[in-house]
Every structure is written in C-alpha cells, then in structure tokens.
Write a protein that binds this ligand. Structure first.
Ligand SMILES: [Zn+2]
Length: 149
C-alpha cells in the first residue's frame, strides 16, 4: 500500500488550518456549540475535524492541491478512484468528496493517455487472399429482410 511521507500531509494540514480560519462554513460550525459537542465534529489545536480526518474548507485550490498530492504525485502513481479516495479519507474529509475525486481522476490527462483499456480484445482479422488479376474474384452483398414500403 502506498504511504505518503509524514512531512507531506503536514504541509497541507498547515494550509488547511489557515484556510479554516477564514472559511465561512468553518466559522458557522465553530459558532454552533451544539454541533461541536456532537461526536461528529471536534476542534483540536484550532483545527476542525469531522471524525478523525480533517475538515477541508470549500476552497478549490486547496482541494486541488490535496488531489494532486494524492493522485498525481510520483509516489502516488495515478492510482484509481477507489484507492485515491481511500488514501485521502485517511487524512481529510469534505462535502461531495467522492464525486470530486471521481471527476478529478476521470479528467486526469495522464490516466486517459496511459491506462490500459479494460475491454475484451477484438479478435483476429480474416482477410481474403489477394487476387492475381482484375475480375478474378467478384463478390456481392445482398441486403435482405428490408421492411415493405
Ligand atoms: Zn491520473
């Protein structure tokens, strides 16, 4: 199983922490004490968590950086949707996370160019032998069972 070096998520955690301070959704969550008291949401060292993963604010650039780190990074190796989701959810959580991971990977150019097609092979061709002179072989295609007009 792929593991990121512990230093790498720390960079992102610092970014998320500062982003959480300005994010409207995080501000609302902090003000709502009953939600903070619930098991789902907790605050530790001024960082909001949902369960054990960190709550990522709705910031496109930040989420892109996470996806890049967990999918495009040389140590991540462009793994599929399921594995990328599994890796990201160890550290982070946000709304519509699985849909966004799926969209990101489906749009990944590297994956589209290099991943093998998972279809059954088409089979071999059966070409006709090459004629020696013109009109040696004549063939016709009949179109039958046409509907009556
Ligand atoms: Zn990819």
């Amino acid at each position: 199983m792929l593991e990121l070096s512990p230093k790498e998520p720390e960079e992102l955690i610092a970014r998320i922490k500062s982003c959480q301070q300005h994010d409207e959704m995080c501000k609302r969550l902090r003000e709502n004490k009953s939600q903070l008291a619930s098991k789902e949401l907790r605050e530790e060292n001024k960082i909001l968590y949902r369960g054990s993963p960190l709550l990522v604010p709705n910031d496109k650039e930040l989420k892109h950086a996470i996806l890049e780190k967990f999918h495009d990074h040389p140590t991540s190796g462009h793994v599929g949707i399921k594995k990328t989701s599994e890796l990201i959810s160890r550290y982070f959580v946000w709304d519509k996370m699985s849909e966004e991971i799926e969209d990101y990977i489906k749009g990944c150019q590297r994956c589209q160019k290099t991943k093998a097609i998972q279809l059954k092979p088409g089979g071999l061709l059966f070409p006709h032998s090459i004629p020696q002179y013109p009109w040696e072989v004549i063939s016709m295609d009949f179109i039958t069972h046409l509907p009556k007009s």
